[in-house]
Design a binder for this molecule. Sequence first.
Ligand SMILES: C[S@@+](CC[C@H](N)C(=O)[O-])C[C@H]1O[C@@H](n2cnc3c(N)ncnc32)[C@H](O)[C@@H]1O
Length: 373
Amino acid sequence: MLTPQGEFELQRVPHNPQLQAWDAADLYLLKHIDESRLLSRQCRIMLVNDSFAALSVALADYSPTMVNDSFLAEQALSKNLIFNGYAPDLVDFNTGIDLPRHEFDLILIKIPKSIALLEHQLYSLRSSIGFETRVIAAGMTRSIHSSTLELFETILGPTTTSLAWKKARLIHVMRDQSLNQGQSPFPDCFVVEAGREFTICNHANLFSRKGLDNGSRLLIENIPISEHYQKIVDLGCGNGILGLIAASLNPQAGLLFTDESYSAIASAQLNFKAAYTGNREADFRVTDCLQGVDENSIDLVLNNPPFHQQHSLGDTIAWQMFVEARRVLKTGGELWLVGNRHLAYHAKLKKIFGNCTQVAGNRKFVVLKALKR
Ligand SMILES: C[S@@+](CC[C@H](N)C(=O)[O-])C[C@H]1O[C@@H](n2cnc3c(N)ncnc32)[C@H](O)[C@@H]1O
């Protein structure tokens, strides 16, 4: 990546040589802060939603703070710092669940895919913005809508946009300190009826935050029951809905919830605690798929795999999830997943497990089962 701050080598996590680890919005931001001479030695910089650490690495000499909900982004940060000759802890990592309480001189925000996450972040950022703080956001023009600009206007203050450059745009925000009303509406909750009522609360960045996803619903209607399940994993758990219901149907089983999103794990923890008021054990792990989970230790893996990472679509992560599910399953253990019919996950499962059965289906989704032999 060529920038006014230097030339850097960057990789995505997970590694994908076909996809670049930075975009024109990163380059536009770095060009603008150089041309406007916004950097000084003592500059305290916060970088929000820097997915693959392009900004963090380019500005590493200023020891910035990176705010990101993603464990993969955290991994990209240390990997790319090392690649470029920096110490992996040179940049502070913050999950965004509790932002640093002090003020910053420069806050750079990449527009996230989720508008709810942006809303939550703008409310949280209020306490980090002083009279001298410069706030600049950036994104590709296709992800900046009038509703995006309205959020900045109503939560932080007067907002202007730059001309487009290589299909990217900058958003300049003046903090109006008198705008103090309102607060983040997250986490927000809905109720799911599945034999009993489960209250499902969701932090801002959660999948299907407003209600039960139709794919998850089909899997929930088919969750298997067996007295032999000792350990069940909800892989890519989001708010934990699959694991919560599996726990109720299999009362003897221990539960493990994994997700790469810090706010997903926080939500799953919240929901499990509310459903089982302290009388049921469960582990919660922020990790990449099933990294750190022992081989041959699990009886049942439940999964509704993701089909995008940030703004790009793909099945790399789904494939990785299936491979890792096989690794952690005991012989005779089962992976049950739901997916869009057109994604043809059965072909992948057949390659990885050597078998695959369709358990249920409707016009849009299928529930598939693969057995570790
Ligand atoms: C389609 S959502 C399903 C959420 C939930 N299980 C449900 O059914 O509502 C996929 C989930 O996978 C998570 N995820 C994406 N990449 C991941 C990875 N590399 N490791 C673990 N979880 C991941 C996402 O954060 C998201 O919560």
